[in-house]
Design a binder for this molecule. Sequence first.
Ligand code: FES
Length: 156
Amino acid sequence: MTQSNHQSQRREFLLRIGAVAGSTLLVPFIHGCESTELYTLPPLHVTVDFNVANSPYTALKTVGSSVDVSFGNVDGVLVRVSEAEIIGVSRVCPHQQGNVTWDNAAKALVCATHKAKFANTGAVVTQPNNGDKLTTMLPAWQVTFDAATGKVTVKT
Ligand code: FES
């Protein structure tokens, strides 16, 4: 091997290492460009009263069922989790604002976008599956339910 041939191979090797190192350094930079803002809970400002027996939400007469609602400008989901309890949470995922729905088989609220899973209290059960930032808990509403009369009061 000649001196010039050896130098040429060494130069090519260093260029390849540099390309790999450069792309490795670029990955955190690209991730750093993404938004880090999490969705924040709308203020508690809407109170809605209805009766499960004679309202648009009669599905709530059945344990395990859920209904999507929009009260004011706030989208949420109400779930009849037991004979005595209805819960309500925001339908907007705090992670990256995906749509959250009730999965009755899993007894959990699941985000369609990155499959984060939340308990019916809004607590995080499973973090998003995209390896990005973590989600915070799902904003929960204040819901009172009188099973004897069917009266529901929701405060967002
Ligand atoms: S937007 Fe809900 S898990 Fe990512």
